[in-house]
Design a protein around this ligand. Structure first.
Ligand code: THU
Length: 131
């Protein structure tokens, strides 16, 4: 797996914020990830008048991952409309863990961290991986 091009990923994620549908919160989120076989997948948040039905940007990204052939995520970033890295919500951390595993690299506001650090003691992981 080649080195992750974080600049390109952040740019793809920022582009996705422009496609976001966020009329209720006005908070646009874009997400981008690279797979272990080098594909880039993206997503944006899609809100709903029934607020609880809102789809986070990560939901769209995981859907695109599967729709484009599946595989495993190697690097992930989500950003706000200003292109600043933000952290995935708790639910989406579990989604990312499922499709990237504990070694998935996440570009966070605190720098590049692993999914293991982002979601310690994750549900469904073998005990030794969850630490
Ligand atoms: N949001 C995401 O898209 N991803 C996250 O990880 C956190 C929150 C969206 C949902 C909602 O449309 C907006 O951000 C404000 O909560």
């Amino acid at each position: 797996m080649a080195e992750i091009d974080w600049t390109a990923l952040k740019s793809a994620a920022t582009e996705m914020t422009r496609r976001s549908y966020a009329p209720y919160s006005q908070y646009r989120v874009g997400a981008a990830a690279v797979t272990t076989d080098g594909r880039v997948v993206t997503g944006c948040n899609v809100e709903n008048e029934s607020y609880g039905l809102t789809l986070c940007a990560e939901c769209g990204l995981i859907s695109q991952l599967q729709a484009s052939g599946g595989g495993r995520l190697a690097g992930f970033v989500c950003v706000n409309a200003d292109g600043e890295a933000i952290t995935p919500c708790g639910r989406c951390r579990q989604l990312l863990m499922e499709h990237g595993g504990p070694d998935l690299l996440v570009y966070s506001p605190a720098g590049i961290v692993t999914m293991r650090e982002m979601l310690p003691q994750a549900w469904g992981l073998p005990k030794e991986d969850a630490q």
